[in-house]
Design a protein around this ligand. Structure first.
Ligand code: SF4
Length: 605
C-alpha cells in the first residue's frame, strides 16, 4: 500500500513527503484517509478561497490493481455549500499519482501568479503558467501533454470559470473526466492553480503477484462476462433517458414535468445512432463507459466560400445521462447535437454541467413568470432555446460578465435568494439534484448525503423499488444509512460507483486479503460508518445544519411515479434518518431540540 503523502505549498513553491502509514492502515485510503487529512489541515470556518484552505487528493490500496479501482477522491471546503467539498474523478489521475509514488496529495497555500503543479515521480515543481491563464481546458491539455516513453500521464485543469471563481466551476481531468461538483475549480482559481500534471513511472508493489493475478481474473469475469456492468459499456448511463421517461421520472423543464416529448430524440439509443463515435476508459478498467459523441463545429461563418463539408471541425465530447438531462430535457432541448454543444461548452469553460443546467432552467422559468426581465438578462430565454441564447448565457456565467451573471455564478439557490423564485430553484443542500423525479428517496438522499449527490446513497434506486412494489416508503431512511456506510468503504478503496454490484463485502474482503490486509466484513462496516461520521462532523463544524435545510416547493411537492410528494412524509423520513444516525452516535440535531420539534422550513414562492 502506498502510504506516502506529498505536501505542496503553492506560495513557497516547495514540497515535502511524509509517511502516513498510521492513517492508511486505519482508514484504508481514499475518502477515509482524505477525511482525516482534511481535519488536520483545514482551519475551522476558513474561507474556501483563503490560501489556508487545503485541497486533499487521495487514492486507495486497490488503485491500479483491480478493475474499476480507477478513481481519485478530492476533499476541500466547498465554496458552493460552505461545508464539505467531495468529488471523485476517473481518467488516469489516480493511477498516475499512485505510480508516481504517492497515496495522497495535499495542496496548501496560494500562488500570487498562475501556476501549474508538475509531478514526475519524485520530481515536484510549481511552475509559472501565465500563458495558460484564460485558456479553455482542451487547449491547456494540449499545451501540457508531454510525449512519454513509459508510465502514465494525467492532466487536470480549470477553464475560465475556475479563474473567475464561479462557485460551481469544476476541474477537467484528461479531457473527458471531471472532479465535477461543489466548486473545486473555483478553489483552484483562487489559488491561481491552473493545472496539475502527473507522470508516474513506478510499479505498484504486490506482496503476492500470483494471488493478485488469480483474483484479478475472477473480478474481471464479474465485470465483463456478467450483466453487472454491461449497461455502462453498452449504451452507458444515457439508457436512463427512455427508462426514466417510461417510468414518468425524467425531470423536464425545471422539474415541472416528468415526461419529455423529446425523450426519443435525446435518448441514448438516438445518440448511439447519430453522434456516437467511440468509447474511452479510465486506467485499468475494462468497461469503457465513457461514450464520446461527434460535435461538428463550423470554423467561421462564410469561411472557404460556404463549403461546409471542409470547414467543419470535430470535437469528441463525452456524454452521459446527467449532463444530458441537465442541458437537455430539463431545458426542453432534445437535439443530440445541441445537447453536445452545450456539454462541450461547459467542459471547455470548466463548469459543472449539472448546476449550469439547473441555473439555466431556473432563469428560464423566472423569465417566464416575470421574476426576471430582458434588461437584466440581456436575452430572452425560452424552453427548447429556439433563439440559441443558452451558449452566450453560459459564457457570461463563466466570465461573471455582469452583476447579474456574477450572481448566476453563485448557483441556483443563491441567485434565487437575491432575485426571488426560491421555490422553483432546484437545490438540495446547496447543490443541484441529479435527474431523477423518482420519489422521496432521491430528495431525502440528496439532502442528507455528505456531498449532496445521488452518488452519496443511491436514494433514486429505492424509489424505483418502491414504484415496482418491492419496497416501502418506511424502508427509505434505513436504506440510505446502509448504502452510505457501505459506499464510503468503496470510496476508500477507491472504487468506481458503477462497480458497486461487483465489489460486494465478500469480494472486498478477499481483494484486500490478496494484498496481505486482514479485515472482515464487520471491520469494513465499522469503517464506513466512521468515515461518514467524520465527514458529517466536518460539515457540522463548518455550519451545516440539516434541520435548517430548505426543500424548495418544486421538489417537496414533486410529481413522481408514486404520486405527488407529501411534505409531511418527507419530514418524517428525514426525522427517521436523523434518529438512525444518532443511534450510531453521530449528533446531528442541536441538543436542545427534539424530534417532535423538528420542522422542515416551508416558505412559499
Ligand atoms: S466504469 Fe466507467 S467511470 Fe467507472 S472506472 Fe470504468 S470507465 Fe471509469
Amino acid at each position: 500500500m502506498n502510504t506516502r503523502v506529498l505536501y505542496v505549498d503553492l506560495l513557497e513553491r516547495k514540497s515535502w513527503v511524509r509517511d502516513r502509514s498510521d492513517l492508511f492502515e486505519k482508514m484504508l485510503g481514499g475518502v477515509g484517509v482524505a477525511s482525516h487529512l482534511l481535519l488536520e489541515e483545514c482551519t475551522p470556518k476558513v474561507d474556501p478561497f483563503s490560501p489556508e484552505a487545503p485541497i486533499i487528493f487521495a487514492t486507495g490500496p486497490l488503485t491500479g490493481i483491480y478493475p474499476c479501482m480507477a478513481k481519485a477522491v478530492c476533499l476541500f471546503k466547498s465554496p458552493l455549500t460552505g461545508n464539505l467539498g467531495e468529488t471523485h474523478a476517473g481518467g488516469h489521475f489516480a493511477t498516475a499519482l499512485t505510480t508516481a509514488g504517492y497515496g495522497a496529495l495535499v495542496i496548501k497555500g496560494g500562488s500570487l501568479h498562475p501556476v501549474v503543479l508538475k509531478i514526475r515521480d519524485d520530481k515536484v515543481e510549481v511552475k509559472t503558467a501565465s500563458s495558460l491563464w484564460g485558456l479553455g481546458t482542451r487547449a491547456v491539455d494540449e499545451a501540457l501533454a508531454e510525449p512519454i516513453k513509459n508510465g502514465l500521464q494525467s492532466i487536470a485543469s480549470i477553464g475560465p470559470a475556475g479563474e473567475h471563481m464561479v462557485l460551481y466551476a469544476n476541474v477537467i481531468v484528461d479531457v473527458h473526466h471531471h472532479f465535477g461538483r461543489l466548486g473545486l475549480g473555483a478553489v483552484w482559481g483562487a489559488k491561481k492553480l491552473k493545472a496539475i500534471t502527473i507522470i508516474g513511472t513506478k510499479s505498484v508493489p504486490l506482496p503476492n503477484p500470483q494471488a493478485v493475478k488469480a483474483f484479478y481474473e475472477k473480478v474481471e469475469h464479474e465485470v465483463v462476462a456478467t450483466d453487472k456492468m454491461s449497461k455502462y459499456h453498452n449504451l452507458g448511463t444515457p439508457s436512463n433517458v427512455l427508462e426514466l421517461n417510461a417510468l414518468g421520472a425524467l425531470p423536464t423543464r425545471n422539474f415541472r414535468e416528468r415526461r419529455f416529448e423529446g425523450a426519443e430524440e435525446m435518448s441514448g439509443e438516438r445518440f448511439a445512432e447519430t453522434v456516437f463515435r467511440r468509447k474511452v476508459t479510465c486506467t485499468n478498467c475494462p468497461v469503457a463507459c465513457i461514450h464520446l459523441g461527434s460535435l461538428l463545429k463550423t470554423f467561421a461563418p462564410d469561411h472557404e466560400k460556404g463549403r461546409t463539408e471542409i470547414v467543419k471541425e470535430e470535437n469528441l465530447v463525452a456524454y452521459n445521462y446527467e449532463p444530458m438531462f441537465a442541458l437537455g430535457s430539463n431545458l426542453g432541448i432534445s437535439s443530440p447535437s445541441r445537447i453536445l454543444e452545450l456539454i462541450d461548452l461547459c467542459e471547455d469553460l470548466g463548469l459543472d454541467a449539472m448546476m449550469t443546467g439547473s441555473v439555466l432552467a431556473w432563469v428560464t422559468e423566472a423569465y417566464e413568470r416575470g421574476v426576471l426581465d430582458e434588461k437584466t438578462l440581456e436575452v430572452k430565454p425560452r424552453w427548447g432555446d429556439p433563439d440559441n441564447v443558452y451558449p452566450q448565457m453560459i459564457k457570461n456565467i463563466a466570465e461573471a460578465k455582469t452583476p447579474f451573471y456574477s450572481r448566476l455564478a453563485q448557483g441556483v439557490a443563491k441567485v434565487s435568494d437575491r432575485y426571488g423564485g426560491r421555490d422553483f430553484a432546484a437545490s438540495l443542500g446547496g447543490n443541484s439534484p441529479a435527474g431523477y423525479a423518482t420519489g422521496y428517496g432521491h430528495i431525502v438522499g440528496t439532502l442528507v448525503g455528505a456531498r449532496h449527490s445521488h452518488l452519496s446513497n443511491s436514494g433514486y434506486s429505492i424509489d424505483q423499488q418502491i414504484a415496482a412494489g418491492k419496497a416501502k416508503v418506511e424502508d427509505i431512511a434505513g436504506f440510505l444509512v446502509k448504502q452510505e456506510n457501505w459506499l464510503y468503504v468503496l470510496y476508500s478503496l477507491v472504487a468506481c460507483y458503477f462497480s458497486r454490484s461487483v465489489y460486494t463485502p465478500d469480494i472486498v474482503v478477499e481483494a484486500l486479503a490478496t494484498l496481505g490486509m486482514k479485515v472482515n466484513k464487520e471491520d469494513l462496516e465499522r469503517l464506513g460508518r466512521e468515515i461518514f461520521h467524520t465527514l458529517y462532523r466536518f460539515k457540522i463544524r463548518e455550519g451545516f445544519d440539516l434541520e435548517k435545510e430548505y426543500i424548495p416547493k418544486l421538489l417537496r411537492e414533486l410529481d413522481t411515479p408514486i404520486g405527488r410528494l407529501d411534505p409531511q412524509t418527507l419530514k418524517k423520513i428525514i426525522a427517521q434518518y436523523i434518529e438512525l444516525r444518532e443511534r450510531e452516535g453521530l449528533t446531528i440535531r442541536k441538543k436542545e431540540e427534539s424530534l417532535a420539534e423538528f420542522r422542515l422550513p416551508q416558505s412559499e414562492g
